[in-house]
Design a binder for this molecule. Structure first.
Ligand SMILES: C[S@@+](CC[C@H](N)C(=O)[O-])C[C@H]1O[C@@H](n2cnc3c(N)ncnc32)[C@H](O)[C@@H]1O
Length: 271
């Protein structure tokens, strides 16, 4: 059985919790258009288009853009952003593993922070390959904004917080779930299929969240990893995290900074 993780439940807070900081969206858009040498004829496709965090800015520049997502509510947010705007964006409800498009339809495919959610990720990859034109490019981003070397010194305090949450859940016998692929698995598969991979950093920025904010995020289950934790365990696990954090940092106002980057793996010679 394949699992899929719809984002219906967080569609209304997705942009507020995952949106890029000011200026970064434009930077990412410019970077992508330049990377693929986009022309007026370039046809973009995205698996797991969501609220259009990546797609809408590209569509607003006039490019043809098509996407699918399992979540009707995420798509509703996307369509709202395009009200009154002239555009060539088509976003429909569908599953990554069975795309309702002809072979060889698109020049550039993108997928951002989706493959960790899809158990049948190899099938999703095969579908992208099928709808890409020969010579087409895949831009693969595994996370929404990967922290710069999670174990780097700059991110060590934030990493410790995340690892504590993981350890608490492990202790209750309900580890954070793994629905789909790891980045390493996807990249290894692409290489095995003959693709050449190049890593690009489209943008880099720093976030400064307080311990209180990070606790609130976990409490509100904004991350998909929290959605499968049983209701009897979740409040106890959160309380454990809160107790640990108060002891560790002394105050909920303590800042845990994080250096983030938008990393794109450019996949060529694959389609
Ligand atoms: C973390 S969000 C990323 C959205 C967007 N790519 C972005 O970066 O803002 C993951 C998206 O993948 C969608 N999704 C999950 N499983 C899917 C599947 N099997 N087929 C299509 N979309 C899927 C979810 O509904 C959600 O909108």
């Amino acid at each position: 059985m394949t699992t899929t993780v719809s984002f219906d439940r967080v569609s209304d807070i997705y942009d507020a919790t995952r949106g890029f900081p000011p200026g970064i969206s434009e930077q990412v858009t410019d970077f992508i258009l330049n990377l693929v040498s986009a022309t007026a004829d370039t046809k973009f496709y995205e698996t797991g288009i969501g609220t259009g965090r990546i797609a809408v800015p590209i569509a607003k520049r006039g490019y043809s853009y098509t996407g699918i997502d399992v979540s009707e509510k995420m798509l509703a947010e996307l369509h709202q952003k395009l009200e009154g705007v002239s555009h060539k964006l088509t976003a429909i409800q569908g599953d990554a593993t069975a795309l309702p498009f002809d072979d060889n339809s698109f020049d550039v495919a993108l997928t951002v922070h989706v493959f960790h959610l899809i158990s049948a990720w190899k099938q999703a990859l095969a579908e992208i390959r099928r709808v890409l034109k020969p010579g087409g490019i895949l831009l693969y981003t595994h996370g929404q904004a990967t922290s710069v070397g999670a174990d780097s010194e700059a991110n060590a305090p934030r990493w410790e917080f995340t690892e504590r949450w993981r350890a608490i859940l492990d202790g209750y016998g309900h580890p954070l779930p793994r629905y789909g692929a790891t980045e390493e698995e996807v990249l290894a598969e692409l290489q095995q299929q003959g693709a050449t991979l190049e890593t690009e950093i489209a943008a880099q920025w720093r976030v400064e969240d307080t311990v209180g904010k990070l606790l609130e995020n976990q409490e509100n289950k904004i991350q998909s990893g929290a959605w499968s934790i049983p209701d009897d365990i979740f409040p106890r696990a959160i309380q454990d995290l809160r107790n640990w954090a108060l002891e560790r940092y002394g105050s909920l106002n303590y800042i845990l900074p994080q250096e983030r980057q938008f990393k794109i793996v450019v996949v060529r010679h694959w389609a």
